[in-house]
Design a protein around this ligand. Structure first.
Ligand code: GAR
Length: 204
């Protein structure tokens, strides 16, 4: 059994989708060992508690980045986490944090990276006038929204869209993409060549 550690800062809909998929056996061999938030009032923590999961609030306010990261990493290690999933975790990880879990930290971002990294990606894409956007699940490295891509899902921008309707359709795809990426990583049948995740070809 592989232990997932979820880090979130907000409403936690991506976390909830992962939790539902785990409960439905759609991410074989995975369990959620701990859900951690830097925001004690995050909606995702309330959901996690309702689901009976182990929940921790480790407030980041007033702490230096690495001091906070040390507390989070200690908690992840205490719960024997194999794979860290950032699910709307609105903090940049220190290089030290990233080095503690080499190629074992995933992030989801609501754009087709490398387009529109950073905050409010859906609004950025909408304002730019793109015709296609989407979401990306990627390994976390030391740069923002940057590591090798595991899964991307495209979403067509409709003439009738505003940034909210577009963000809602991207979010639907996020909820599918994240579990798919976790499955790929836990299965382990891939190599990362340069920036490229190459999946092993399975004989039929
Ligand atoms: C999601 O759209 C996620 O892609 C985004 O925050 C939202 C969290 O929603 N993350 C980023 O922008 C990271 N750069 P959720 O709390 O409902 O999962």
């Amino acid at each position: 059994m592989k232990n997932l550690g979820i880090l979130l800062s907000g409403r936690g809909s991506n976390f909830e989708a992962i939790a539902n998929h785990v409960a439905a056996g759609k991410i074989p061999g995975a369990r959620i060992a701990v859900v951690i938030s830097n925001k004690p009032d995050a909606g995702g923590l309330t959901t996690a508690k309702k689901l009976g999961l182990t929940v921790l609030a480790i407030p980041s306010k007033g702490l230096a980045r690495e001091e906070h990261d040390r507390a989070v990493v200690a908690a992840l290690k205490e719960h024997k986490v194999d794979l860290v999933c950032l699910a709307g975790y609105m903090r940049l990880l220190s290089p030290w944090f990233v080095q503690q879990f080499p190629r074992r930290i995933l992030n989801i971002h609501p754009s087709l990276l490398p387009a529109f990294p950073g905050l409010e990606a859906q609004e950025q894409a909408f304002a730019y006038g793109v015709k296609v956007s989407g979401c990306t699940v990627h390994f976390v490295d030391e740069e923002l929204d940057h590591g090798p891509i595991i899964v991307q899902k495209a979403v067509t921008v409709l003439d009738s869209d505003d940034e909210h309707t577009l963000a809602a359709r991207i979010l639907e795809q996020e909820h599918i993409a994240y579990s798919e990426a976790i499955r790929i990583v836990l299965e382990g049948k891939y190599q990362v060549v340069g920036r490229k995740l190459v999946r092993a070809v399975t004989a039929k």
